[in-house]
Design a protein. Structure first.
Length: 103
């Protein structure tokens, strides 16, 4: 898949994952790379940092049984609104593509 196309939906995918549950960065990376193996780890962490900086996600440090503290991501109200708005746009885009007979 085209890199620019994936980059455009990466933020949506990551925001969706943190909306489902509180999740730590490495788990986000594993889940995204399972579906998109050619997306670099650094790209995923960059999106997580941007979402936190923009107020769409917040981080909480939690103890880990397997080593150092882990940074968990949670969606904020701002993030939930962004997710809702972006999903609406995504669904309209998919519907348009479908109406053109591509899907």
């Amino acid at each position: 898949m085209d890199t620019q196309l994936k980059k455009g939906v990466l933020g949506l995918c990551i925001l969706h994952l943190i909306a489902e549950q509180e999740i730590y960065g490495y788990e986000v990376m594993k889940r995204v790379q399972h579906e998109f193996p050619d997306i670099y780890e650094g790209s995923i962490y960059a999106v997580l940092r941007r979402l936190a900086a923009d107020g769409c996600a917040m981080t909480v440090l939690r103890a880990s049984d397997a080593g150092p503290m882990r940074k968990y991501y949670q969606i904020t109200n701002v993030g939930r609104q962004l997710l809702d708005d972006t999903l609406l746009e995504w669904r309209k885009l998919c519907e348009g593509v479908k109406n053109l007979g591509i899907m």
